[in-house]
Design a protein around this ligand. Structure first.
Ligand code: AMP
Length: 597
């Protein structure tokens, strides 16, 4: 691996962002994060948001939408006040996203000394109250918690100039429509209202009509560069948590054994880290930086061509204009920020009738983006499981044996000195043992025996078809597979609302709001539908967490109530009756006696 050359890269790094007119502190933060140019949604929305326009943007996770709304917010904050007034309120569906967004705002606004607080369940409220009492520039909250604080009088929203509703469709799916309306009523009417949503069902339009002023509508354009015909390459995706990504990629590459691969990362920092990780795994990996001169690039390409390097790790900017006919694999280390970028990237393999492979690593939340890409390209991306240790071992053995075969097929004379050595060993050892020991040495030297741990499969829907875009009209129906029901021993009398259940489950498991439901909240208990494949995970997660500060009894709920009887906690007939059965009114749940553990 050559030393990455940063100096010229820094020169060009902020060009795209500078042109947007961002303040120097933000540009410095962006350079520090290794962003090289604005993503499409950022390029389109940042100037408009800085003008104060309302915006309705269609963008999913992974498109860079957080920075798209965060940077204009930070551009406008007044710094240096000891007790700042809150000027921006960001509402997000889940705790996970609240944390993610508040951290992103903190990172972007670091040099400005921005004060940001995230309000969500599962943390001591006094900490939130304390932060609020000192004054913050930006509040990121889940709808339920924003409402709780409004009721407590701990949120002062009179100075709010921007409200952002992030993942608005997800919030509606989670049953937060009323909460959102109530929150919007509390902020000054002259504020700017920004809404992002991965899909645009009519209900989103309705909110826009009621609460936005002449919003600009933006959608990641399906540009002319995309003719709907991605090249014919084998396209696969692996869903892995961020934590396991580098290890997963290492393993996938071990199995794929590419001759020459281009790996795309979002940032140059990621490029450097991944180059280091893959080099440590025994790959000849080279980092390609945006600021490299043509000569430097040519040298790197030369190394790829001669086989001195087998992996090229690059950002989109760095890979621009590469002559890459020899590539066998393209890897998206993240789901690209726009489907068009995916098409552009994978267009680099499978040229001239050669076989090409496109591999994409997606974090659980980015699975939706894969669906967008499938829709755009009208091609299927097969979601596969990260190879297990056993699969890896067997593939490694295959590769060792294959290299032995190649050696056996090579020029006979080259083996002569080794034959002499084997002859002498044969007087002491069995010929089979000699061959086995030699093979073991080769195998070990290839790095095939390093310790490996299993990488958890976090894909809920292996081989999942593209998710159709649709409006559920308030009904939540899981998108795929059988639905199972879960009994949760808290209900209306414990102040539980459907949104609390969806929020808790979406926060604690890999399910999204759309996959949770239907939900019935009775006085003393609730029944929640979840995909059959996720039942154990959901039960485990709810057992570990609290709902409205209380631990809940939770178990699988079967249609015939057998679980209830099995648990010997309720007399037959006193447990909750199956719901959704024809002719059974929903109110049968109210006060009908609660099965106890
Ligand atoms: P988001 O869609 O906001 O969840 O962002 C997805 C990821 O893209 C995050 O890890 C961001 O740090 C990253 N990101 C956002 N903007 C850029 C950019 N202009 N260049 C590179 N990475 C970015």
């Amino acid at each position: 691996m050559t030393e990455p050359d940063h100096s010229p890269a820094v020169e060009t790094a902020t060009n795209g962002f500078e042109a947007l007119g961002l303040r120097p502190e933000l540009l410095a933060a962006i350079v520090g994060l290794g962003y090289e140019e604005p993503t499409p949604i950022q390029a389109q929305t940042i100037p408009l948001l800085m003008e104060g326009r309302d915006l309705l943007g269609q963008a999913a996770t992974g498109t860079g939408k957080t920075a798209a709304f965060a940077l204009p917010i930070l551009q406008a904050i007044t710094v240096g006040e000891t007790h700042p007034e809150t000027s921006a309120l960001i509402i997000v569906p889940t705790r996970e996203l609240a944390i993610q967004v508040s951290e992103a705002i903190w990172r972007y606004g670091r040099e400005l000394g921005v004060k940001v607080v995230a309000l969500y369940g599962g943390q001591p409220i006094f900490r939130q109250l304390q932060a609020l009492s000192h004054g913050v520039h930006v509040i990121v909250a889940t709808p339920g918690w924003a409402i709780d604080h409004i009721h407590r009088g701990s949120l002062s929203l009179g100075g709010v100039r921007v409200v952002v509703l992030d993942e608005a469709d997800e919030m509606l799916d989670m049953g937060f429509a009323e909460d959102i309306e109530a929150i919007l009523e509390q902020v000054p009417p002259e504020r700017q209202t920004v809404m992002f949503s991965a899909t645009m069902p009519p209900r989103i339009d309705a909110i826009a009509r009621r609460h936005q002023r002449d919003p600009i509508r933006i959608r990641i354009a399906r540009t002319a560069s995309v003719d709907g015909s991605a090249p014919l390459v084998r396209q696969t995706a692996y869903v892995v948590s961020r934590h396991h990504k580098a290890a997963a990629l290492g393993r996938i590459l071990d199995i794929e054994a590419p001759t020459a691969a281009l790996v795309f990362c979002r940032t140059r920092i990621e490029v450097d880290q991944l180059t280091e990780t893959l080099t440590a795994r025994g790959y000849r990996a080279e980092a390609l930086h945006g600021g490299m001169s043509q000569e430097q690039r040519d040298r790197v390409m030369g190394r790829l061509r001669s086989g001195t390097a087998e992996l090229l790790i690059a950002t989109d900017v760095a890979a621009r204009g590469l002559d890459v006919d020899l590539l066998t694999h393209v890897v998206n280390y993240d789901v690209p920020s726009a489907p068009e970028s995916y098409v552009h990237r994978i267009g680099r393999v499978g040229r001239a009738g050669r076989e090409g492979v496109a591999i994409t690593l997606a974090e659980p939340r980015e699975q939706r983006q894969l669906g967008n890409i499938e829709r755009l390209t009208k091609q299927k991306i097969a979601v596969e499981k990260v190879p297990s240790v056993a699969e890896l071992r067997s593939r490694q053995m295959e590769l060792t044996v294959a290299s032995l075969r190649t050696a056996l097929d090579t020029d006979d004379e080259l083996l002569d000195p080794f034959r002499t050595a084997v002859q002498s060993l044969r007087s002491e050892f069995d010929a089979l043992d000699v061959a086995a020991a030699a093979l073991k040495l080769v195998h070990d030297a290839s790095g095939a025996t390093i310790d490996e741990a299993e990488i958890p499969d976090v894909s809920l829907r292996p081989e999942r078809p593209a998710r159709p875009v649709r409006d559920h009209g308030g009904e939540r129906t899981p998108t795929n597979g059988a639905t199972a029901r879960i009994y949760i021993g808290l209900g209306k009398l414990n102040q539980i609302r459907p949104g609390d259940l969806v929020g808790a489950i979406a926060n604690e498991t890999r399910l999204s709001g759309k996959e949770i439901g239907p939900i019935k909240v009775a006085d003393r208990f609730s029944i929640v539908g979840v995909p059959e494949s996720a039942v154990d995970e959901v039960i485990e997660a709810i057992r570990k967490t609290t709902l409205k500060g209380k631990k809940a009894t939770v178990r699988r709920y079967s249609e015939d109530g057998s679980e209830v009887r099995e648990s010997r906690e309720a007399r037959p007939g006193t447990g909750p009756k199956p719901w959704n059965k024809p002719g059974k009114p929903a109110k049968q749940y109210g006060g009908q006696g609660r099965p106890r553990r």
